[in-house]
Ligand binder design. Structure first.
Ligand code: IPE
Ligand code: IPE
Ligand code: MG
Length: 265
C-alpha cells in the first residue's frame, strides 16, 4: 500500500495542474468542501510584517481557491473567515478583518458574477459592522440567480452559537405547537441550522498545522473527511487543494457501516 502511494506521489509530481484537474474530475468530487483558513498571522510574522499583511495575502488565496473549486464543479465551498471568538483580537486587527469582505468583493465581485459563483454567508449578523453587512448583502443579491459554486463565507460564525440558536428556535416552535418533540430528528434539527440549505461538508481542510476544529460546523462535520496541512493559508496553492481532493478520493467513507465490498461477502 505504502509503495503504491509513493508511486502515485512521484507520478503526480510530473503532472501539470491542468492534468491533475482532469484526473480529479474522473472520480467522485466532494460536494461540499469547508476550509479553516489558518496561519495568516504566522505567515506575516515569518516575514517581519504586521499580521494584517497576512490577512491581505490570504484574501488573494481565497480568490484563487474559489476559482479552482468552481472549475472542479464543487457545489459548495465554505470558508471560515471570522469566528465568534475572533472578537477577542486587538481592535485594529478586528477592524481590518471586517474590512476585508468589502475589499475582496469590491475587487472580485464582477469576476464572481461572470464565473456564475453564488455568494452566501453563515454567521451572526448582529456584531458585524454595517459597511461589511452591506458589501456581503450586495454580493448575495447580485449573485442570487447564479448556479455555479456556492461560495459560503462563515463570518462571525461559531458552531456552538449556531446550535444554541437552533435549540432556542426549536423550543419556541414546540411551545407554539408548530413542532412536536417526537419529530425532532437529525433531519429536522439540520433545518434549524444556518446551513439548512446546504449539504454537510464532505471534506474539511485546515491549514497551518493546527489539529483542531476551533468551533467550526460542529454538527455538520460529524462524518466529514478531515485533511490537515502545515501550509499557512497565504501559501496555500491550487496544488494543495488538488492534493486534498486527491486524498479524499482515496478514502473510503463508511458512515458507521462497513465497506460495501465486505457486505457482499
Ligand atoms: C486565520 O489566520 C485568519 C483568522 C482567524 C481570521 P490567523 O490570524 O489565525 O493566523 P495565525 O493562526 O495567528 O497564524
Ligand atoms: C479559526 O482560527 C478561525 C478562522 C480561521 C476564522 P483561529 O486562529 O481563530 O483558531 P485558534 O484560536 O487557533 O483555535
Ligand atoms: Mg489562527
Amino acid at each position: 500500500m505504502l509503495n503504491k502511494i509513493n508511486l502515485w506521489k512521484s507520478s503526480r509530481k510530473t503532472l501539470s495542474i491542468d492534468e491533475r484537474i482532469e484526473h480529479v474530475l474522473k472520480q467522485p468530487i466532494p460536494n461540499h468542501i469547508a476550509i479553516i483558513m489558518d496561519g495568516n498571522g504566522r505567515w506575516a510574522k515569518k516575514r517581519a510584517l504586521p499580521r494584517i499583511a497576512g490577512h491581505h495575502e490570504g484574501m488573494r488565496v481565497v480568490r484563487k481557491i474559489t476559482m479552482l473549486a468552481n472549475k472542479l464543479n464543487i457545489d459548495t465551498l465554505t470558508l471560515y473567515a471570522f469566528s465568534t471568538e475572533n472578537w477577542k483580537r486587538p481592535k485594529q486587527e478586528v477592524d481590518y478583518l471586517m474590512g476585508l469582505p468589502e475589499e475582496f468583493l469590491g475587487k472580485f465581485l464582477p469576476e464572481l458574477i461572470e464565473e456564475n459563483v453564488k455568494v452566501c454567508m453563515i454567521g451572526n449578523n448582529n456584531r458585524i459592522p454595517e459597511h461589511t453587512k452591506r458589501a456581503v448583502q450586495k454580493a448575495i443579491d447580485k449573485t442570487s440567480s447564479n448556479t455555479g459554486l456556492k461560495l459560503n463565507f462563515a463570518l462571525n460564525y461559531g458552531g456552538r452559537a449556531e446550535i444554541l440558536e437552533a435549540v432556542k428556535e426549536i423550543s419556541n416552535d414546540v411551545r407554539n405547537g408548530k413542532l412536536i418533540e417526537s419529530d425532532i430528528d437529525d433531519e429536522c434539527f439540520s433545518k434549524y441550522l444556518m446551513t439548512h440549505n446546504l449539504t454537510d461538508p464532505d471534506l474539511l481542510i485546515r491549514t497551518s498545522g493546527e489539529l483542531r476544529i476551533s468551533n467550526f460546523m460542529l454538527w455538520q462535520i460529524a462524518y466529514s473527511e478531515l485533511w490537515f496541512t502545515d501550509v499557512l493559508w497565504p501559501d496555500f496553492k491550487e496544488a494543495h487543494l488538488l492534493e486534498a481532493v486527491e486524498a479524499y478520493q482515496r478514502r473510503t467513507r463508511r458512515f458507521g457501516g462497513i465497506h460495501s465490498e465486505e457486505s457482499q461477502k
